[in-house]
Design a protein around this ligand. Sequence first.
Ligand code: SF4
Ligand code: MG
Length: 323
Amino acid sequence: ERVILQVKNLKRYFNVGKNQMLKAVDDVSFSIYRGETFGLVGESGCGKSTLGRTIIRLYSATGGTVLFDGADVSGKMSAAQSHELSRRMQMIFQDPYASLNPRMKVMDIIAEGIDAHHLAKSAQERAQMVVDLLEVVGLQEEHANRFPHEFSGGQRQRIGIARALAVNPDFIIADEPISALDVSIQAQVINLLKKLQEERKLTYLFIAHDLSMVKYISDRVGVMYLGSMTELAESKELFDNPLHPYTQALLSAIPLPDPDLEQSRKRVPLQGNISSPINLPECCHFCSRCPKATEQCRKVTPKMAEVRPGHFVACHLIKPGQE
Ligand code: SF4
Ligand code: MG
């Protein structure tokens, strides 16, 4: 089976006041293939972190389903099933300062999952597993007895990666894993994630707002805007041939390295204001900023359609074969 994760019509709403509903994730559907890196991009507040957290059950779903290896993991599960899921699906968080317990030694942080899943038969084996994991992520044995505050941001993120790897997961959600780090060490952490993926046959959902990073690391990319998935395609196809007006605007905002290309290209500036995400009516969520918006766009939410093989777009103006 090629698909490891299938998200169908997933919704996560938050009550944010009397009669005020924030639709952080609103009817999102997509699949992730085994062994790939699926990049999820969009501006902050678009719902990409909420989507990741709903998939991994940190948030309950308001509606829709998530299938992991064919099994529904979006609703009630048996204790055994949810325990096994908590081993197979891991998360790497954005903030390596907040996500590590400051009162725990690195050894115990990394071994939390080993203990919860009884993966070590003795204290000695547990200690050895931690040392091996430290080496895998580029740290040393003597780091095991230290506390998180003794490490730099990049080292802390390596500890977070070791903690995720400790239980031998096959699916990892990385939520902006490098955006809190110094630029000088971002590439090191990305290269570590790529190496680990190859060695351990991992599947990644890689959440980011940095498009150039997503282009570099992802096999396929999904773009989100205000709770909706607006475009999804293979990475090269999306960056070479963006079809949704929002993706076009996002991509045209990235500076090009070649000054000649930079001069000759057309910029699509984002106009207008982002719509309020509270009580958003039925509409294309991008209509307040879209240069091509029509009456229909303000009344009807466009659905994702496959306009080229593997290239999906949610826009009333883009239909299969006519783009
Ligand atoms: Fe623009 Fe309408 Fe397409 Fe939305 S559906 S992106 S408002 S043209
Ligand atoms: Mg976020």
